[in-house]
Ligand binder design. Structure first.
Ligand code: SF4
Ligand code: SF4
Length: 451
């Protein structure tokens, strides 16, 4: 038996459609593409609104700075989004696939470009079957050039979420792109071109795990796109002026021609269906033309197609909603109590302590004061729990810009007489000058000789 994943895939020529759902999908498509391409240029508090600064190990998310110690929050948000998708799928089926998934949006964009140069389905089939002429070569060349340009812009924008776009343009113009920049730009350009230009629906059918496990999330109450068999069958072609004994389906195959995954919705619910509603729009236009009521293919729960009542609140939907509520509350609570400052201490490795000419003892530390807030702050460093300790460093209080780490060597000096053990535990405290209630502390040790 041949493996569908490895057998050579026939090209699917998708017929352009017009209709209510296609209009909504165009709106989604241009809005989502607009957000994707413009977001790297938008600033919040003077910084790129969404920037994943991997070398600095900081993520800037709409005015919030995510530090390495906050990464667990991102992990929770990803889990929350996954459960949100389960919840959404249980109610609305594959709406995400048809309207919001980047694979659908970018493939749609590439199909749109293809139609500009090669025309609609019939023209594309004719062109592919025709002999190579100058005109055919020109059409194909322009189409591929447009696809490559779109792929490069997509890749450039994607990399701009990691390297600010201004810097990326500067480096491109002055031929100073780093090897990493070139690698990621090339990789995303090639994969976008290959995926949206050629692989297309096979990504949804053979690669995407969401399509595979959605079966477990569907039940008869889930919103799907389906063909109304009871109304459509038996099928027969339409003959104007002849009394019709068959059902409403006129077997025109327009729904199959408009389907980007090449399936026939009349064969029932299929894993390949990405719920794009192209078949609804095209069938509705056929029904309108021949004077039948619309909705032979339509949105609905399988239960409603079988004449049963739809129940939105089902045990699995309630369970997902409860989990979502508690997880979202936990994340908000945790985020609200998140510290906006932190201090880290590293003891000098060269000597445990030094006895100074005046007999006092000194220990050396490197302090790292982190300002995780979106505003700049002035902090004071205090040694708490060490009698008569004097802090010697280049400037105290210190001024730390938003999102920055202030690193300095600190000499802690105290009178030996005040010490009663060889090792004293104490706390370094970082205190905000303007709001002394704001502070962060870190325990450390002070060593001395006891003879
Ligand atoms: S578009 Fe409608 S009428 Fe035509 S084949 Fe499909 S279901 Fe039947
Ligand atoms: S069957 Fe209809 S909704 Fe499903 S992928 Fe094909 S055209 Fe889109």
């Amino acid at each position: 038996m041949s493996n569908p994943a490895t057998k050579k895939q026939e090209k699917i020529y998708v017929k352009a459609v017009n209709g209510k759902f296609r209009t909504i999908r165009w709106l989604f498509l241009w809005t989502l593409l607009g957000i994707y391409f413009l977001l790297p240029w938008i600033k919040v508090d003077g910084r790129q609104a969404l920037l994943f600064d991997i070398p600095a190990r900081k993520f800037y998310v709409f005015g919030i700075i995510i530090w390495p110690q906050d990464i667990y929050i991102l992990a929770f948000i990803l889990i929350l989004l996954a459960i949100g998708l389960f919840f959404f799928t249980a109610i609305a089926g594959r709406l995400w696939c048809g309207y919001g998934c980047p694979q659908t949006v970018f493939t749609d964009l590439f199909l749109w470009i293809e139609r500009i140069f090669e025309g609609d389905r019939q023209n594309q089939i004719k062109l592919d079957k025709s002999k190579w002429t100058l005109e055919k070569a020109a059409k194909k060349t322009w189409k591929h050039l447009a696809w490559i340009t779109a792929s490069f812009l997509t890749a450039f924008t994607f990399v701009s979420y990691f390297v600010p776009p201004g810097i990326l343009i500067e480096r491109t113009v002055s031929a100073a792109l780093t090897n990493a920049n070139i690698f990621w730009l090339a990789l995303f350009t090639i994969t976008t071109y290959w995926d949206c230009g050629g692989f297309r629906e096979q990504m949804c059918i053979y690669v995407c795990p969401y399509g595979r496990f959605q079966g477990a999330m569907f039940d008869p109450q889930t919103l799907v796109i389906a063909y109304d068999k009871s109304r459509g069958e038996p099928r027969d072609i339409f003959r104007r002026g002849v009394e019709r004994k068959a059902g409403n389906c006129v077997d025109c195959s327009m729904c199959v021609q408009a389907c980007p995954t090449g399936i026939d919705i009349r064969n029932g619910l299929q894993i390949e269906c990405i719920a794009c509603a192209q078949c609804i729009d095209t069938c509705n236009s056929v029904m309108k033309k021949i004077g039948f009521s619309q909705g032979l293919i339509r949105y609905g729960a399988m239960a409603s197609f079988e004449g049963q009542k739809i129940k939105v609140m089902r045990p699995r939907v309630i369970a997902y909603a409860v989990i979502l509520f508690f997880m979202a509350s936990g994340i908000v609570y945790d985020f609200a109590g998140r510290k906006t400052m932190a201090i880290d201490i590293i003891r000098s490795r060269t000597s445990l302590y030094n006895i100074m000419p005046d007999g006092r003892v000194s220990n050396v530390y490197t302090i790292k004061a982190m300002n995780m807030d979106t505003k700049e702050h002035t902090y004071k460093i205090i040694a708490d729990g060490l009698n008569n300790a004097e802090i010697v460093m280049a400037g105290n209080p210190i001024f730390v810009k938003s999102g920055e780490v202030y690193t300095a060597d600190v000499y802690l000096i105290t009178d030996k007489k005040t010490l009663d053990t060889k090792i004293i535990r104490f706390n370094f405290i970082l205190q905000d000058i303007d709001n002394p209630m704001l502070m962060a502390k870190k325990q450390s040790t002070f060593f001395t000789a006891m003879n």
